[in-house]
Write a protein that binds this ligand. Structure first.
Ligand code: ADP
Ligand code: MG
Length: 238
């Protein structure tokens, strides 16, 4: 079970509070999207869930357990970044296999997982290439594949499509939606792109200045934004 609860979650840097008392309940297998302008605290929130950033206050629960002090590697979570963060000196195959090798999986298991993910993502023909010989879209597929091989219950995706051109973004939006349905995992996805939020999310979390403004389905946010900020951000005329 990978329900996630944020209870009065805070992040401060010295005197600066960048995430303020965030309360959020994310259901198991939900596709939730955090949107908001640059600097509003989306990545910081995601990184706290991933265990890559210390929590300054409040509680984070995954599957009902408080995990504030559980190290990142012991959380059943995989993260996909905007800049792909692939290992440049390794082939695609090695990039995808590396996390499983660290966890001491057998060669057979690794091969099976890598081949399976590669097939789903349509990158089997690229397994022997190095990242520099790939297009942006192909690199993003490898980054997704690297996350998939571990079968995590939770996927965290931080602006995974923002380095791609508009046409490819459209294709990848559909691919990621399909992947979510197929994998049966919880997806928490950060973007500042309204179209991504409106077309992909079960529910959208609108953030501004480290605060949650509103949480609802795309349709409800569009029909009933609680303030001008949400209305402006989601694009409904007021
Ligand atoms: P977003 O992902 O929504 O663009 P971030 O979560 O990256 O926003 O950043 C939220 C705020 O926290 C920004 O004002 C940013 O400058 C600040 N911030 C992020 N990391 C640090 C840090 N290590 N030290 C101080 N401030 C930081
Ligand atoms: Mg960010």
């Amino acid at each position: 079970m990978a329900s996630i609860s944020l209870k009065k979650l805070n992040k401060t840097y010295g005197a600066l509070t960048v995430v303020h008392d965030i309360d959020l309940e994310i259901a198991d297998k939900e596709f939730i999207i955090l949107v908001g302008p640059s600097g509003c605290g989306k990545s910081t929130t995601l990184r706290m869930i991933a265990g890559l950033e210390e929590i300054s206050g409040g509680e984070l629960l995954i599957g009902g357990d408080v995990v504030n002090d559980v190290p990142s590697k012991d959380r059943d979570i995989a993260m996909v970044f905007q800049n792909y963060a692939l290992y440049p000196h390794m082939t695609v195959y090695k990039n995808m296999a590396f996390g499983l090798q660290l966890r001491k999986a057998s060669r057979e298991v690794i091969d099976q997982k890598v081949q399976e993910a590669a097939k789903i993502l349509d990158i089997t023909h690229l397994l022997n290439r190095k990242p520099k010989a790939l297009s942006g879209g192909q690199r993003q597929r490898v980054a997704l594949g690297r996350a998939m091989v571990r079968n995590p219950e939770v996927f965290l995706l931080d602006e995974p499509l923002s380095n791609l051109d508009a046409k490819l973004r459209g294709t990848m939006r559909a691919e990621i939606t399909k992947l979510h349905k197929r994998l049966n995992s919880t997806f928490i996805y950060v973007t500042h792109d309204q179209i991504e939020a409106m077309t992909m999310a079960d529910r959208i979390v609108v953030m501004a200045d480290g605060h949650i403004q509103q949480v609802d389905t795309p349709q409800n946010l569009y029909d009933r934004p609680i303030n001008m900020f949400v209305a402006g951000f989601i694009g409904a005329p007021q």
